[in-house]
Design a protein around this ligand. Structure first.
Ligand code: MET
Length: 417
């Protein structure tokens, strides 16, 4: 290789997210003589030089920096999980990422880190995922929350505010907010954005001024409904604090989960594009449908659609045959759930109302099935819901005379709150 061609290589443009999704965190594989990622299930590592290990442990305790060489013990670090962290950080365009056993373990670690720095107050905007709301509202980790709307963030900040937390598009209403404006309102207080629904394919919050990005990795990052995990993408200084919290509290991601999440990332961009296209089409059809009162679909796009029905939402859940009636989201198959009964049950009806979560609302995570097959299933379930509401026989045959008058044609509701 000539010097010129080496220079050209080192000046290579940043890789596209599609390429990073397949290659980030795996750059050393060829040198190792491997193609697939090695899965290291070790809980401990041989360390014949105790003095050197003591020095390495002191270094980790003092700084939280990742150890060079073997991790000593699996609660400190794991090489397979580290590959997933590297890849996710690359996709979110952050310096680092720290993985946890679940999204809730990840959020807990951020709250504990800020509380350990004497910053126990959190400003947050509803709606958030129900358990995030519950963790903040209940003060279970000794934090105190002030709920506000995006316009009220600056006024809600206090000297002991350690974090501003938002989720956009939000779970379950898909409400969106202007992240750049929100980040500006936070001043020097770090803004945490739950980016689970958008994924870095559609939105990279740090490009808008957020400092911390949270994912339930269980959802789109894993993508197949078979792995539970959480991850925080952030600057290296925050990551060091989070690694120390993770070591102390033990909410580590299992290496097999790290392996599956890295594998899931490979197809994240293509899954998101395909699932989003189908979701947008279903949102359009639902918005045109007289059995549906209101449709929520993000201006940002994405594979989540929420809608409110005129009939009984529970009958829609009971009526689907192809779509799986289950909580969670982000899998290759389509799921539907009633937030008032499951994902947001724990926060109670009043707080759901404050967050704009109607008891008629259904939340659907659109998968990779054919759009006509999905529509056929939804169509029958919506008929069943109307039958149930009107006390009909529920034979699944549409009786147009029993339907409420068709509302004005609506566009899927986008953005705003
Ligand atoms: C335990 S309920 C919810 C799981 C998941 N976070 C969801 O929103 O579906």
């Amino acid at each position: 290789m000539t010097k010129d061609s080496m220079d050209a290589t080192s000046a290579a443009p940043p890789r596209s997210p599609d390429t990073e999704a397949v290659h980030a965190g795996r750059e050393d594989l060829a040198a190792l003589g491997l193609h697939a990622v090695p899965l290291d299930l070790s809980t401990t590592y041989p360390s014949p030089d105790s003095r050197a290990e003591a020095a390495r442990l002191d270094e980790f305790a003092a700084t939280g920096a990742r150890l060079e060489g073997p991790p000593v013990y699996a609660r400190l670090d794991n090489p397979t999980v580290a590959r997933f962290e590297t890849a996710l950080a690359r996709l979110e365009k952050t310096e680092a990422a720290v993985a946890f056993a679940s999204g809730m373990a990840a959020l807990s670690a951020v709250l504990l880190l800020r509380a350990s720095q004497g910053l126990r107050h959190v400003v947050a905007v509803r709606p958030l995922y129900g358990c995030s709301d519950h963790l903040l509202t209940g003060g279970l980790l000794g934090t105190e929350v002030t709920w506000t709307d995006p316009a009220g963030i600056a006024d809600a900040l206090r000297p002991d505010t350690g974090l501003v937390m938002v989720e956009t598009p939000a779970n379950p209403t898909l409400a969106e907010m202007d992240l750049t404006a929100v980040a500006h309102s936070c001043g020097s207080v770090p803004l945490l954005v739950d980016n689970t629904f958008a994924t870095p394919v559609l939105q990279r919050p740090v490009e808008h001024g957020a400092r911390i990005v949270l994912h339930s990795a269980t959802k789109y990052l894993g993508g197949h409904g078979d792995v539970l995990g959480g991850v925080v993408a952030c600057d290296e200084e925050t990551a060091r604090g989070l690694r120390r919290i993770r070591f102390a509290t033990g909410g580590v991601l299992h290496p097999l989960a790290g392996y599956l999440l890295l594998r899931g990332l490979s197809t994240l961009p293509v899954r998101m594009r395909a699932q989003s296209a189908t979701a947008a089409e279903l949102a359009r059809r639902l918005a045109d449908d007289p059995r549906v009162a209101r449709v929520h679909y993000p201006a940002l796009g994405g594979a989540m659609v929420s809608f409110e029905v005129h009939g009984d939402p529970h009958a829609v859940i009971a009526g689907v045959r192809l779509i799986t009636p289950a909580v969670s989201l982000g899998s290759v198959d389509t799921l539907i759930q009633h937030p008032g009964s499951i994902s947001h049950r724990i926060i109670g009806e009043d707080d759901r109302r404050t967050g704009g979560i109607s008891e008629k609302l259904l939340r659907m995570s659109v998968g990779l099935e054919d759009v006509e097959d999905l529509w056929h299933d939804l169509d029958a379930a919506l008929d069943a819901a109307l039958d149930a509401a009107s006390g009909g026989a529920g034979d699944g045959v549409a009786d147009l005379s029993s339907r409420p008058p068709a509302p004005r044609r609506q566009e899927p509701e986008r953005a705003g709150r």
